[in-house]
Design a binder for this molecule. Structure first.
Ligand code: FPP
Length: 246
């Protein structure tokens, strides 16, 4: 079994996923796009389970980008309803599996009832100590860098910080992922080779894994395959191979 090939002593702490291909999957199955998104929830369930089995600490899923607001209104509404429905239905399961949910993104842009449901789910899973499931909603990497900058400028204007204090760790503390390690592995499904405004700052040293599998067909076994591939790579962070091995 593929899980037996995963080395348990070098599991990435943080895996991030661009879930792509729901629309194409639906088209292939002669159905509408929302059918693909609905099927994509099954993949989310499987991958969350798999991440828990491996002891991954953080799993970030790109569920709705800032740019997704530009899709046809019916699709945005349906996607929103699906997200809320899935989150509400899964809360008990998440609690049972000790999964802690967190959301990153411009949550204020969501309808108030959606915000309330998200807040409930975050509070309901807040004391869990297992996998941290981070949903990126109305998220984009540029938005994140910009909101961090705005917070810093506000603090500077208020005289709380000086320019000299501004360094990388300080900046990182103002990103929406504050307290979360950078993803070592970033997976994108559906055969596209782009980062699409995902974790731009945080993925500076991530290993990228691209697979042609469309998101609704992706299962935890595919996550295990990605991790086996990741474990064969040499991460040098700008150093030489010799430096890394010594
Ligand atoms: C990309 O496929 C997928 C999305 C924009 C939505 C992803 C959302 C889900 C799978 C539901 C998530 C649910 C939870 C609970 C997190 P696409 O529509 O861009 O596909 P295409 O590129 O084939 O058109």
């Amino acid at each position: 079994m593929i899980i037996d090939q995963v080395k348990k002593n070098c599991i990435p702490r943080h895996v991030a996923v661009i879930m792509d291909g729901n629309g194409r999957w639906a088209e292939l199955h002669g159905n509408d796009r929302i059918f693909g998104h609905r099927q994509g929830v099954e993949s989310v369930r499987s991958v969350v389970e798999g991440a828990g089995e491996l002891g991954i600490e953080y799993l970030t899923l790109y569920a709705f980008s800032t740019e997704n607001w530009c899709r046809p209104k019916e699709e945005v509404n349906a996607l929103m309803a699906l997200l809320v429905d899935a989150i509400v239905k899964e809360v008990d399961n998440l609690r049972e599996k000790n999964v802690k949910m967190r959301v990153i993104g411009d949550i204020d842009s969501f309808p108030p009832e959606v915000q309330a449901k998200l807040k409930d789910a975050i509070e309901n899973t807040g004391s869990n100590t297992g996998l941290n499931l981070i949903l990126a909603l109305s998220y984009s990497g540029r938005w994140d860098i910009l909101q961090a900058t705005k917070k810093l400028v506000r603090e500077a204007i208020a005289g709380k910080i000086t320019i000299e204090q501004l360094n990388e760790p300080f900046f990182i503390d103002h990103l929406s992922t504050s307290g979360v390690p950078d993803p070592e592995l970033l997976i994108r499904t559906s055969g596209e080779y782009r980062i699409s405004n995902f974790l731009l700052w945080q993925s500076a040293y991530s290993e990228f894994y691209f697979t042609p599998i469309l998101w609704p067909d992706f299962r935890k076994e595919n996550l295990f395959e990605a991790i086996v591939d990741f474990q064969c790579r040499e991460r040098r962070f700008g150093k030489t191979s010799e430096q890394i091995r010594s």
